[in-house]
Structures are given as structure tokens and as C-alpha cells.
Design a protein around this ligand. Sequence first.
Ligand SMILES: [Zn+2]
Length: 476
Amino acid sequence: MKKLLYLLVILVFANCSSANKETQIIILSTNDMHAMIDNYAKVAAYIDKVRTENKNVLLLSAGDMYSGNPVVDRYDDKGYPMIDIMNKIGYDYGALGNHEFDYGQDFLSKRIKQAKFPLLCANMKVSEQALIGQPEPYVIFNLDGIEVCILATVQVEDSNGKLIPSTHPDRVKNIDFFQPVETALEYKSLRQKCDLFISLSHDGIDEDVTLAQKMPELDIIIGGHSHTLVNGIIENGVLISQTESYLKYIGKTTVTLKDKKIADKKFELIDVSTLQDENEEVKAYIDKLYKDTPLNEVVGKAASNFTNKENLGCLMTDAVTEILNLDIAFQNSGGIRIGEIKEGDISLLILYRLDPFDNDVILFEMTYDEIYSLLKNSYRKDSKYADLKTSGISYVIKTKNNEVADIEIRDINGNLLDKNKKYKVGMNSYIASVYKFDHADAGKSLNVQSADALVEYVKQQKEVNPQPDRTKIEEM
Ligand SMILES: [Zn+2]
């Protein structure tokens, strides 16, 4: 009898303790790495350390693994080294970002197969003609007794009446995309199937806040795309974070559950520049990649520092007008991917970093009015910014109450542009297909990539100089 009572006490005690079981889950996250692998040796060492010290660690990518570093982007098997490193470090899951499509579907398909971590996306539907398979919208798995659900979405925008992620439209053929927030809302009921509900969102911070407002069923949103530093804000009870870009930070979310109910969730930003330790294996891999790349070839010189998008944009557009013998060229600011070129040697690596996209130059025969419509539509009201950098012309946007009232366009000699002439205008295929402007000419590809025109130009010039600004905004 005494023995039985003893057993009973043990049983009750054991039962109580499991009812109050406390579980801690640590979610490490990175977003918008854009192939900027340089910090990965430090990031890997930090992740190793957290894994050694903690039982339940998840490592997530919130999208945009590629486009930004030619060592990865121009590798023969495009993107291979990035996934190789991410496999070594041991990512668990990733969201597909808009730039994941940049290499085209054949390469994306190879990268998805190479990745040892599933790439998820709920707001896309792949047709049979597409070259990639249908990704899973979400995943549910058990971690130390806790049911964890991760739902992923990707940013979309309107492109001639069709919703697509921000990439060249040709690369997302045969895939339908849907609004990410609306799609996520269709998965509300997953709340019933899990203890921890995570949105791995490549939608941008504004959409993430909207999602939190509409979907309190979520516990956490780990975001990307807008390159914002979001140090763990709570919106409608949902913890939102984002780690800016280029592996400058690692996100660390710590969730404490008691009896499978969330008792605490907090977020910490780990500033990678403050980390000392490096993972030797990852470091050696990255060093070798940089050492072996043919992109170290020096092709010219910068006579002085290029310091902003305006003078870098002028360099890119001058390359297009000069090499392809055109009157005028345009470059969108979003396609200028570095902020400076320092005085001294210019390598292929630098130029392909400046223009990492494989976009062809498209030629349009355009009238003055058509050029005017392109400049007008590309003025960014929110930031009071002239998006298009130019060669062959300079322009002043005159605004009234921040609406475009007039645009003064001048040729390279400073004369007002002739309104009765037609001009040979070059722009990359992204501007040609995404920007809205009047054009009677359908445009034709010159079968030369804008990045290659840039390389050719710097080779020919041998030395290049920053040019005076060609765009200006004036409030009337
Ligand atoms: Zn993105």
C-alpha cells in the first residue's frame, strides 16, 4: 500500500511537471542576403554557437538570396555557391524572394533541387509549362513537442495588369501570383493545427504591418524585401522583425512556451560587425571563391570617386549611348546596385556589382512627347526623386504641390531638346517592360546586356570620370 501511494505521488508529480513544461525555441533569421556572402563566415560561427548552447534552434531565410554579387550571380552554374554555403550552414526553411527568379526558371529549378532546405511560397501557382515545380505554401513540423507552422509569401506588383514579383516579367512566365496578404488570410485556420505560427514573408514591412493587423492568428512575422531594420515591433499582438540586408544583421527571436502556450516572445538584432569568431570552413570556401573568380580582371580606372547613384547612373547610360551608338539612354535607380566606385582600378567584379542583372538593352525610336511621358511617369512623388538617370540629355522636373507641372529637357549641348525629331533611345529590358510610357515603336532588343556595354565602355575609355548631375527637381 505504501509502495502504491509512493508510485501515485510520483505519477501525479510527473504529470504536473509535464503540464508545466517550458520549451524555448530560438529562431535565427536572415533576409535579402543578395549573394553578399562576405559575412557568412561570422554568421556561421554565431549560428554554430547558438546551436551548441540551445536545444531548439531554427534557421530561416526570408528571401532574396541572389542578385548583388557577381561572384555568385555570374558563376557558371548561376547561384550555386550561395546555396552551397547555405547548405553548409544548415538553413531549415526559406521563403522564395522576388530576386530568386532573376536567373530564370531553369536555374531556379536547379537551385531548388540543390537546396537542402525547402523553399516555400503560398501566393504562386505554377502551370505545367513552367520550368519549376509548385512550391509548398507552408510547412508544419514538430520541434521538441511543439507544433510549428511556417507560412511563406512573396511580394507582387502590377505589371501590365498582371501581378508578378519584382523581376523581369519574362522570368515568371507560366506562373500566376496573388496578393500576399490576401493569400495568407486564407491560411488562418492553420492556427488550430499549431502552437507556434510563423509568417516567413518576403512582402516588405508595410505589407507585414497590414498582415499583422488582419491576422492576429499569427505569432511572428519574419520579414524581408524592403531592406528595413525592424527591431522587433509588436503590431496587433504579432511580433514583426526584419534584418535590413546583405547579412549586416542576424535576427534572433526567442519564444518561450509553457504547456505549449506562448508565454513570451522577444526579438534581438545581432550586429554582425561586432562578431569576432569565424567558421574556418566557410571562410576558406568564400576566400577561394573570390581568389579563383575570373572577375578580378582589371578593365579600367576611375579618375576620382563615384559617390552616388546620379554619377554611377551617368556612367552606365554613357556606356549604352557610346557603345551602341544611340542618342539617349535611361537607367532606373533600382538597377544601380552599388553606392560608389572608389578612385583607382575598376575590375569586372565592380562593374557587374553595379549592374548585376542580365538585362538586354532595348532600342526605341522615340519622339519628344514620348520621352516626356517616360520622365513624367518615372518621377517618384513620395521621395521627390527623379528615378531615371540619363545620357544624351539632362532634365529638370518642375513640380507644383509635388505634381509634375513641366519638364525641361536639354541635349548635351544645353539646348532645349528638339520637339520635332525622333531619337534612338536605349534602356534596359526591365524599364522597357515595367515602366509606363507612350511609345508607338514596340522596341527591339539589341541583344547586348547593359552590363556588358558597361564593361566594353570602361575598357575603351581606360579611365572614367564622374559627370555633373543631369537630373534636377524644382518646386515652382
Ligand atoms: Zn525582394
